[in-house]
Design a protein around this ligand. Structure first.
Ligand SMILES: [Zn+2]
Length: 211
């Protein structure tokens, strides 16, 4: 454990020993009169990290979004950061189960599935992107964007222009085409996605549906 990390954790934990070894006592819990001891086998801090992440999200974000964090630690949090993406906004809006697959996905506990529809979508998406460029849109491929203030929100945009984000949708059939919007207006389901992208990037949004 580097001295830097030790210093960081000491803001939130007191250190002690019990008969099994080193422990961290959460200061935040202590202030609420809750005794929370976290085992630190061989001075391992992963338990401390987990405790902050689960019970004290604000403190966790302060600690792990800071530039002082070691490379290894920031990589771990990057995987969790951005777990609420635009494609989950509609699911989140209509979610009625407390611990369903959406919650598991957000916490990174379940794998994303792939299907032939998704594969087809990726192929079509590339065609739509190229077509937009041919039409003179200044677009570039985009990486994952994260909302700095609330890093759990993020989105892998389909593309990005000078002042707009790009969302490309590829309906499975002509029948589902109308679900995406009508008369130039984006349907509510996809409006949510766009809102998140607009929020994350601070740009306008361009919505394209393949026909
Ligand atoms: Zn605590």
């Amino acid at each position: 454990m580097s001295s830097k990390l030790k210093k960081d954790y000491s803001k939130y934990f007191e250190f002690d020993h019990d008969e099994e070894g080193k422990i961290g006592i959460c200061r935040i819990c202590k202030n609420k009169n809750v005794k929370k001891e976290v085992k630190m086998k061989q001075s391992n801090t992963s338990g401390l990290q987990r405790h902050l992440k689960i019970f004290h999200q604000k403190e966790y974000e302060v600690l792990f979004s800071s530039k002082q964090t070691s490379k290894k630690a920031s990589k771990v949090t990057e995987l969790r950061y951005g777990s609420i993406t635009a494609s989950k906004t509609d699911e989140a809006a209509h979610c009625e189960t407390q611990e369903g697959s959406l919650v598991k996905q957000v916490y990174g506990a379940s794998k994303k599935y792939d299907s032939k529809h998704l594969k087809r979508g990726r192929l079509l998406e590339r065609q739509v992107f190229d077509e937009l460029r041919r039409k003179g849109r200044h677009l570039t491929k985009s990486g994952f964007h994260i909302l700095p203030k609330s890093p759990i929100f993020g989105d892998p945009l389909d593309g990005i222009g000078l002042d707009y984000t790009l969302e490309i949708e590829c309906p499975i059939s002509g029948e589902t085409f109308k679900n995406y919007g009508k008369n130039g207006k984006v349907s509510n389901m996809y409006k949510g996605r766009m809102m998140l992208q607009i929020l994350v990037c601070g740009k306008k949004g361009l919505f394209c549906v393949a026909d």
